[in-house]
Design a protein around this ligand. Structure first.
Ligand code: CTP
Ligand code: MG
Length: 241
């Protein structure tokens, strides 16, 4: 494995891919702009990352023709930057990394967090950063699988029961060294390989990805029913705080 450390203390940056269209949500606006407890979903997500004071800057990747972003007050925060989204999530993240390329060093850290996960706790992000501080590569928040998992054929008939021992549901944030993430994502995009998260691009390149156990309530808002659940989770978190 390459040694990516330099003598300088690495700095921390963040990227929020927010350029998707929310096809599975099927709403009249992209899901990141749907209201959650009266505020746009993306505003909740950005505020969670702004709550991590050690992040130097947060780059939000937005779709071309996204007219909603500028109405968010967080869009004018001094630590927020913008990037043009890409056709795929991986390309959106690459475009955001490019915005940071003049400032970020190879061994700096970059947190990538889905716009669609507003329920992440700042304490979980801090736990991820702390757990990986001596790691050369990086890692991800994930939660252990508690359901019994079935594989089916095309007719929804069970063909196999998977042993859930050692199975995890990958979440975001995912935290990696800046240069490594950029190179592995670029290689994945160049090869046409479908990568649905950053970890996948680094795994393919042969790097070891550390799992850091997170909370099961860090859900990704995907389908209409997820909105009411996320509202309950956010209200519960306010009481915990
Ligand atoms: N994303 C992005 N650029 C893309 C596709 C997705 O920045 N070209 C972002 C989404 O905005 C989201 C995150 O990646 O915050 C995770 O993607 P997903 O949950 O799949 O969101 P969508 O692609 O918008 O939803 P769907 O797959 O249902 O269309
Ligand atoms: Mg998608």
């Amino acid at each position: 494995m390459r040694n990516t450390h330099s003598a300088d203390k690495p700095r921390l940056w963040a990227v929020i891919p927010a350029a998707g269209t929310g096809t599975r949500m099927g709403a009249h606006v992209p899901k990141q702009y749907l209201p959650l407890n009266g505020r746009p979903l993306l505003a909740h997500t950005v505020d969670k990352l702004l709550g991590v004071e050690t992040i130097e800057a947060i780059v939000v990747a937005r779709a071309a023709g996204d007219f909603y972003w500028s109405s968010l007050s967080c869009a004018r925060d001094s630590r927020i930057r913008e990037a043009q989204g890409g056709d795929t999530r991986a390309q959106s993240v690459l475009n955001a990394l490019d915005i940071l390329s003049h400032e970020a060093q190879e061994n700096d850290w970059v947190l990538v967090h889905d716009a669609a996960r507003p329920c992440v706790m700042v304490s979980s992000i801090m736990a991820l950063i702390e757990a990986l501080k001596d790691n050369d590569v990086g890692g991800i928040l994930a939660s252990p699988i508690s359901d019994t998992l079935k594989r089916t054929n095309g007719e929804q008939v069970v063909t196999e029961t998977l042993n859930r021992h050692n199975l995890w549901a990958a979440q975001t944030p995912q935290l990696f060294r800046f240069g490594l993430l950029r190179d592995c994502l670029q290689a994945a995009v160049n090869s046409g390989e479908l990568v649905t998260d950053e970890a996948c691009a680094l795994e393919t390149a042969g790097f070891n990805i550390q799992i850091v156990p997170g909370r099961a309530d860090n859900i990704k808002i995907t389908h209409p029913g997820d909105l009411a659940l996320a509202e309950c989770i956010l209200q519960q978190q306010l009481q915990e705080a």
